[in-house]
Design a binder for this molecule. Structure first.
Ligand code: GCO
Length: 449
């Protein structure tokens, strides 16, 4: 094995999680249901018919989890705050919910771990879905800004870096077009309208936070798509561009005060009348950082079915005989990390970058000698080598957060896909660091400080 590369001394090594995927404690401390609680309760939505009621029971075991992070060498932790835990239906603070995050922040502080909070990782309060059609209503963006201001007031003194949204593409398109995420709609123009309101929420959220505090580094976490064309034929190249427009331009353009491409305006159709022109200016608040999540690339072909024609592309599933896949079926393509960042930088003036998620599904069980997760080990090593090379060639990436600390609730896949560097036995809640966790620990601890 070759030597592991050196990263700059200031480089941040962290791990990431999200509230709904790990916390559990769903009915405790005045927590309200989210759209994901309701989605899980609908038959057929989640592969193993599971839910987030207990998940990794992090709500009760957070001290143990923080100690584990510290033991594994992580000095930075990206987590999300559950809107449903800290804000009551009347918009007032829920002291019990805030207290949970204060205790979590205390535990992190005691271990010298820097918190990085995300305000919205898909768990919209269900009452906003019912009263306001969720992200299809403009009011939800306003309520998000109120929530951001509340967190700034209540927890802001303890949070140096905060992201508004995680992967709004997933909330908008998986939730409203493809329908595999909450709230489970299948309507293309609605997905675009939701995307607009999510970006508006981001902009209003930043304004609201900054009105409360000026000392927080603020940004957003996106999951840009790297889409290659299936062939050199023009329709395939156009399809790849359409996929990237939907996944990248719809979210990056507003950040930099640019209107969506004409193709996307056409797709939103009449619903576009709900997009007042001044919204663009609100979306384009100054960014202190951008978080990028990278897992894989995709390959697009000219559309065939009516739904594909409406989107302008279709994806080709990776061929397991031709390329290496993780257990969830995603191609392992480490060069994509550089390719996607270089491509984004050629299109938009990005602020400093943090890789806020990168990781692999590897469902190797725990045996007598632990969990030898070779797919994940290979994945992490090749992506980190790529990252070190990129930094050496001058790309400004300041930190890396592995997804995820723990095996957890993988959305529509339920508990069937394991992304953790630490194995979780869901029957006993026993945590077992996998080989990849031990390997990462070794690399982090051997870096210059
Ligand atoms: C994401 C998500 C995670 C997923 C991970 C693996 O932002 O996509 O933050 O919640 O679990 O990406 O699918």
């Amino acid at each position: 094995m070759t030597d592991f590369p050196r990263f700059p001394p200031s480089f941040e090594w962290g791990c990431a999680t999200a509230a709904f995927q790990i916390e559990g404690g769903a009915l405790e401390g005045g927590k309200l249901p989210s759209i994901w609680d309701e989605f899980c309760a609908q038959p057929g939505r989640i592969k193993d018919a599971s839910d987030g009621l207990v998940a990794c029971d992090h709500f009760h075991r957070f001290r143990e989890d923080v100690a584990l992070m510290a033991d594994l060498g992580f000095r930075h932790y990206r987590f999300s705050i559950a809107w449903t835990r800290v804000v009551r239906e009347d918009g007032c603070a829920n002291p019990e919910g805030l207290d949970f995050y204060r205790r979590l922040l205390d535990a992190l502080h005691e271990k010298g771990i820097t918190p990085n909070a995300t305000l919205y990782h898909w768990d919209l309060p269900a009452h906003l879905q019912h009263a306001n059609r969720g992200w299809l209503g403009r009011e939800t963006a306003i309520r998000f800004a109120d929530y951001a201001a509340l967190v700034a007031r209540e927890l802001g003194d303890r949070l140096q870096r905060v992201a508004t949204l995680n992967e709004p593409w997933c909330s908008a398109f998986l939730g409203h077009d493809i329908g595999v995420f909450a709230p489970g709609l299948q309507d293309r123009p609605s997905a675009l309208l939701a995307a607009h309101h999510l970006m508006l929420a981001h902009g209003l959220g930043l304004q609201a936070w900054r009105a409360e505090r000026s000392d927080t580094q603020l940004g957003i976490v996106l999951n840009p798509e790297l889409c290659d064309a299936f062939s050199d034929a023009k329709p395939d190249a156009m399809a790849a561009r359409m996929a990237e427009m939907e996944r990248n331009d719809v979210f990056f353009n507003p950040l930099f005060n640019r209107e969506w491409p004409a193709e996307m305006l056409e797709q939103i159709g009449e619903l576009g009348v709900h997009r007042p022109a001044e919204d663009l200016r609100i979306c384009a608040q100054p960014l202190d950082f951008i978080g990028l999540n990278y897992y894989t690339r995709s390959v697009a072909q000219a559309p065939q079915t009516p739904a594909e024609l409406c989107r302008g592309y279709r994806f080709v599933s990776p061929d397991a005989k031709a390329v290496a896949l993780t257990d969830i079926g995603w191609e392992i393509h480490p060069q994509g990390l550089r390719r996607v960042i270089e491509k984004l930088q050629s299109q938009w003036p990005l602020p400093p970058i943090w890789i806020t998620e990168n990781g692999a599904a590897d469902n190797t069980p725990v045996g007598e000698r632990g969990c030898d997760d070779v797919i994940r080990l290979h994945y992490l090593r090749t992506h980190l080598e790529q990252l070190a090379d990129m930094i050496a060639s001058g790309i400004d990436v300041r930190g890396y957060y592995v997804w995820s600390l723990l095996d957890n609730f993988e959305w529509a896949h339920g508990y069937t896909q394991r992304f953790g560097v630490v194995h979780v036995d869901y029957a006993t809640q026993k945590r077992t660091p996998k080989a990849s966790a031990r390997w990462l620990q070794q690399q982090i601890l051997s870096q210059p400080t």
